[in-house]
Design a protein around this ligand. Structure first.
Ligand SMILES: Cc1ncc(C[n+]2csc(CCOP(=O)(O)OP(=O)(O)O)c2C)c(N)n1
Ligand SMILES: [Mg+2]
Length: 341
């Protein structure tokens, strides 16, 4: 188990209660279990594709805790399992997406890991990098235009995605109009096989905020409490009319980019193992144990519960039917069952 230097020191908890700390840890364990399940199901030939968020657990669980359910909107990207879980999606909904079943929110017709949920405030998105960022800014514009107070949009992306033109256009537009939006970059140092030093000349993404005239901040995305503090402050500013913020959470991608990728063709085992030493999941477990937020028995029970929940959700989702040919045009053309009608 990872060593921490927190034992005996007062826990800096950024206002998080014990229940919230336990909920964050539960989310992190679920992420890891569901990530593994996606890769297993792919290797068993049961699903065509999966993406993993291993290494992003703390960042996503901490950020999700700052999201106000029923008020805020989330515009995530494909690696945001923990954000989806944290704002209310269930493992069953995640597995419906992976299995591409008809009962999935997208009717089983989206790419796996591309969740959406109107009830949870999770905007639908595509695999085209940065295409969702102007949509998120548009939603923030609508909130401001309608005079809706106390709401904000949280939009995420990877480090590589900040090279896209839409990213820059969106941050600029949000700054001009002082929109209620938080740009959260999950910097895992890689964009598939492109390392950060080949992606940008200035590797501190948060510093770009100054160029757009908005606040910027970098935080340790392996620490869910620090993440929560940063995201909560930025979302509060957005909700209260203070405009956008650019946040950069530092983390690492432990798995290959996806089930279709072999990361050993562009990075070394030693590099991955060096980052694994900082693995946020055992690290946070240690913090909770050291500060008596959980006992060893609580942790064991939680791990068993998470595995059981994942197994049940897997069996239930797998048993559901695929969409049929007759569903092809559902939700595409209002009031018509074929496009030419
Ligand atoms: C416009 C566009 N260009 C290229 C791709 C192919 N692609 C998919 S993911 C990816 C890497 C993105 O890296 P990053 O933004 O750092 O996110 P990460 O996967 O590391 O979390 C690329 C190049 C794409 N989906 N869309
Ligand atoms: Mg990346």
């Amino acid at each position: 188990m990872a060593k921490t230097d927190t034992k005996g020191k007062k826990l800096e908890r950024n206002g998080l209660s014990d229940d919230q700390l336990r909920a964050i840890f539960r989310n992190m364990l679920l992420q890891r279990q569901l990530d593994n399940r996606g890769f297993q199901l792919n290797r068993q030939g049961k699903i065509p594709f999966a993406l993993g968020s291993e290494g992003h657990e703390a960042l996503q669980a901490g950020a999700a805790m700052a999201f106000h359910r029923g008020k805020d909107l989330l515009a995530p990207y494909y690696r945001d399992l923990g954000l989806a879980l944290g704002i209310g999606l269930t493992p069953y909904e995640i597995l419906l997406s992976l299995f591409a079943r008809a009962a999935d929110h997208n009717g089983g017709r989206q790419f796996p890991n591309h969740y959406s949920s109107k009830d949870a405030g999770l905007m639908s998105f595509s695999s085209i990098l940065a295409a969702h960022i102007p949509h998120a800014v548009g939603a923030a514009y609508a909130m401001k235009y309608r005079g809706e107070r106390g709401r904000a949009v949280l939009v995420t992306c990877g480090d590589g995605t900040t090279s896209e033109g839409e990213w820059h256009e969106s941050v600029n537009f949000a700054s001009i109009h002082k929109l209620p939006v938080v740009f959260l970059v999950e910097n895992n140092l890689w964009a598939i096989s492109t390392p950060i030093e080949h992606q940008m000349g200035q590797p501190e993404i948060w510093k770009r905020a100054a160029g757009y005239g908005i606040p910027g901040h970098r935080f340790n995305g392996f620490d869910p409490i620090e993440t929560y503090g940063s995201v909560n402050e930025a979302l509060d500013r957005a909700r209260s009319g203070g405009g956008p913020t650019l946040l950069e959470g530092m983390c690492y991608r432990f798995l290959a980019h996806s089930t279709d990728d072999n990361d050993m063709t562009y990075r070394t085992k030693e590099e991955v193992e060096a980052h694994r030493k900082e693995d946020p999941v055992p690290r946070f477990e240690r913090v909770l144990l050291d500060h008596d937020v959980m006992s060893a028995a609580d942790v064991e029970k939680l791990k068993r519960d998470v595995l059981r929940e994942t197994n049940e959700a897997t069996d239930r989702a797998e048993a559901m039917p695929y969409p049929t040919a007759a569903d092809l045009y559902t939700h595409l053309y209002e009031g018509a069952w074929q496009p030419w009608q």
